[in-house]
Design a binder for this molecule. Sequence first.
Ligand code: GLV
Length: 328
Amino acid sequence: MPGTDGLRVFVTRRIPAAGLDKVVDECDAEVWDEPLPPSREVLLEKIAGCDGVLTLLTEKVDAEFMDAAGSQLKVISNFAVGFNNIDVPEATRRGIRVGNTPGVLTDATADLAFALLISAARRIIEGNQYVRADRWKTWEPLGHIGQDLCGKTLGIVGMGRIGFALAKRCRGGWDMQVLYHDKHRNEAAEKELDALQVDFDTLLAESDFVSVHTDLNEETHGMFDAAAFAKMKKTAVFVNSARGPIQNQRDLCDALRNGEIFAAGLDVTDPEPVRADDPLVELPNCVLVPHVGSATVSSRNGMAEIAADNLLAGLRGQPLRHWLNPPQ
Ligand code: GLV
């Protein structure tokens, strides 16, 4: 097997030992060990002369990045399933292999999406803040009323692995009808979950819960804008655990504030991190968590293993375990 000894890599943040140990054992690795990412300037300095880089979704990997690394760069291994931070066509043009970490975070992310859905529908965070602020004085027949889940309609935008896993939970556990909007037909979802493929407007109009699981790309950027929120039910809950820029955040804020939709549950914002003075943070009907979809032990360990394997395979000139730009 071709070796990786002496090949230089930069790892842009400490990742679980399940993957990091292999990288450190097998290559000449530098690991950025600070809690915050390196500045762009420092990042470009650190990657100069590297044969491989292990990046997070916080790093913009574009032509400037690849120029700064140099023509010996063989592989970019992203510690994420999403890869909107990487200019993959540019890497392909340069013969650089690009890998990501799908599969191992499907259940964790679907669980988180469901946690957001039920928290927003049943006003869990609001209730928690109410108790902590010592405002709980009595049992209120008309207080804290949320939305039902059983038998409602779930609209999945992007019926890939994670969308399917959420739909399976909602169908099996809550007897929801499942609608989905996707360029591709998902026969398994139709067969196993009785899911129905519909156009975007139908999904918006008919769903009680709309959950986003699509990639961020030119077509999906800002697809949830004022016009989209206006087409949703006033009782609807919007959930996004995919990427923040898929929602127009100002329009989402207005829709939540003006009662055009009931609530939102967001694992992702635009920008990230969301600023403390962002109007979204003030809204009682918006549940916000800090991009933690994959934050479970087995998901993060699995991601670390795949990211390390992708990196080492790329350094050796071998096929990556999860290869985004294999030769056609
Ligand atoms: C997280 O958002 C990921 O893409 O893995």
